[in-house]
Design a protein around this ligand. Structure first.
Ligand code: GDP
Length: 297
């Protein structure tokens, strides 16, 4: 097992007994450790490099305050810099769901947790915000996926749009919009089809649905354990569809959280929620502090 990064950094610095400012050499030694730890946590190389540069600028020549050891001080600088990179604008977990019925478009690859997350989020809006939510599955090629959403809806007490065979995703989106308006719903969620990988057919389908629905939020759901693949998926979806935020699932797994750091740095989009299990209440607001703690170890 690797020692965690906090311990490694403290180790490097606390061996030094120097007082006064952190020397360039001290900082360099520590930053080598930081870089290795980031790469181990599956942060991409360019992001790790950029991050290390930022920390270097902050740490070099900084006076060592009397109350802390140099090691702890560098740990704090790294911790704060991680939070800076991870933090998006606005309240974490906030969604634009004013002016009812507000459409939320859920996008992502198959197996990433899109349908589960749609239901979790619907439950959250219902329970916390007292919103009336309507969910619709647009996965016309996989009847099982449509049924899965209906079953989850029943389980959490959220309505789903009745399934009508033979409709296209765009037709379903239009029906959802009409139904949401007539039924007095606050929010309607469109659970789009997923594919195993990004292909033209998927993208043009999601694009057509987006144009009809004009979503207030377009949330990309990706498996947080897939590391850099999750980041590439986000770049692709954002370039083509335009996403307003990301939900990282399977953060209950043993990934080190590096995908979160790269995600934010590469796409510039906020991570709004994290999935922490299969249960319907296993969805939490994204907390930069928690991920920073996880990366630091
Ligand atoms: P979709 O194909 O993207 O709609 O994926 P699903 O919503 O069907 O999810 C695929 C599997 O991942 C299901 O077995 C879910 O229960 C599971 N899953 C989804 N989110 C999470 C999560 O945050 N943690 C864990 N451990 N499992 C999850």
């Amino acid at each position: 097992m690797f020692e965690n990064l906090s311990e490694r950094l403290s180790g490097v610095f606390d061996r030094l007994t120097k007082q006064g400012a952190l020397s360039d050499e001290d900082v360099k030694t520590a930053l080598r450790e930081v870089r290795v730890a980031l790469l181990e946590a599956d942060v991409s190389l360019p992001v790790a490099r950029e991050f290390v540069k930022t920390v270097q600028e902050k740490a070099t020549g900084q006076a060592v305050t009397k109350s802390v050891t140099p090691g702890q001080q560098v740990v704090k600088i790294v911790h704060d810099a991680l939070i800076d990179v991870l933090k998006g604008e606005g309240e974490p977990g906030s969604l634009k769901i004013d002016s009812p019925p507000a459409p939320i478009l859920m996008v992502g690859l198959q197996g990433g947790g899109k349908t589960t997350t749609t239901a979790k989020l619907a439950k959250r809006m219902k329970d916390r915000d007292g919103k009336r939510v309507l969910m619709a599955s647009l996965d016309v090629n996989r009847p099982a996926a449509m049924e899965q959403l209906a079953i989850l809806g029943t389980q959490i007490g959220v309505d789903t749009l009745p399934i009508v065979k033979g409709e296209s995703p765009v037709q379903i989106a239009k029906r959802a919009k009409t139904q949401a308006g007539l039924g007095g719903y606050d929010v309607y969620m469109l659970d789009t089809a997923g594919r195993l990988s990004i292909d033209e057919e998927l993208m043009s389908q999601v694009e057509a649905v987006r144009d009809v629905a004009n979503p207030r939020e377009t949330l990309l759901v990706v498996d947080g354990l897939t590391g850099q693949d999750a980041v590439h998926t986000a770049e692709n979806f954002d370039a083509r569809i335009g996403i307003s935020g990301v939900v990282l699932t399977r953060m209950d797994g043993d990934g080190r959280g590096g995908a979160a750091l790269s995600m934010r740095a590469v796409t510039g989009k906020p991570i709004k929620f994290v999935g922490l299990g299969e249960k319907m209440d296993a969805l939490e607001t994204f907390e930069p502090e928690r991920i920073a703690g996880r990366i630091l170890g």
